[in-house]
Ligand binder design. Sequence first.
Ligand code: ASP
Length: 331
Amino acid sequence: MADQIRPKWALVAHGGAGAISRGQLSPEQEVAYRDAMAVAADAGAAVLRAGGSAMDAVEAAIHLLEDDPLFNAGRGAAFTAEGRNELDASIMDGATLGAGAVAGVTTTRHPISAARAVIEGSTHVMLGGEGADAFARSQGLEQVDPSYFFTERRWLALEKGLARLGLPIPARPTGAPQDLSGKAALVHEEGKYGTVGVVALDAHGDVAAGTSTGGSSAKRWGRVGDSPIIGAGTYASNKGCAVSCTGAGEYFIRLGVAHEICALVRHKGLSLQAAADQVIQGELTALGGDGGVICVAPDGQMAWSFNTPGMYRARIADGEPLVVGVYKDET
Ligand code: ASP
């Protein structure tokens, strides 16, 4: 039955969950986010439509989101309390359980590609800090000046956050560009949200998941969230599903959210939506955490669940139209 309705391929993307409610975004801001989600989902779908792998689709779609200053990943990442961009990412191949992650990279343009290179170019799963950037460089991945990631919008969010915490405002980073993009003026929250993630099912029946983030604004002491932690922010197994998370990372780590959803599908036989809802609406909410997930299963089921007022999201599958959502009351 499930096989008969299985789409040949499917992809779901998120651009972060959080306090995104109607009236908070201007019509222009809303259009900009919806367009960006659509473009990224389409790019991933193009890979899948051409018979490409779920891993390639996840990486291609995340590249666009990392390059887009609207999102808290790659260019546009949140700042640490010291005024730096320290980026985290992970990716997992559901066919092989190959997994790669980087935490705290500062010069690698595409952290998701660094995470993927960890699978293919090392015997490790997770690399951190300067070593992770050095590894990415050794793999031929593009390096940039740290000021490449700077956006005025996230800097303003940092200043606001630090003022609230009573912490000093660091000097503006060397080489910080002027705000010329226009997009940088879209300050509607505190830079806490905007993590990106993509899950995909390819025509071979393999699933993959990837997540990339700047982490939480004003983070301190080398804080690392759930996004680069396999099992917490990202998980994929052809025996269960593929999941990417966004939200208050500390809660997602404690619940092992991504793996938990896959375990409910695999061992309890829950539908993907029921599993996602049980963990997000049930366990995460009970623990006091907020955020959301996107999921895809090898039989073509797609799901998202979030307990915040909004989550930037998109889904598309073979023979099905692209659906983009922002607020809770949309499908
Ligand atoms: N989960 C990310 C983190 O905790 C942040 C987010 O998704 O908004 O680093």
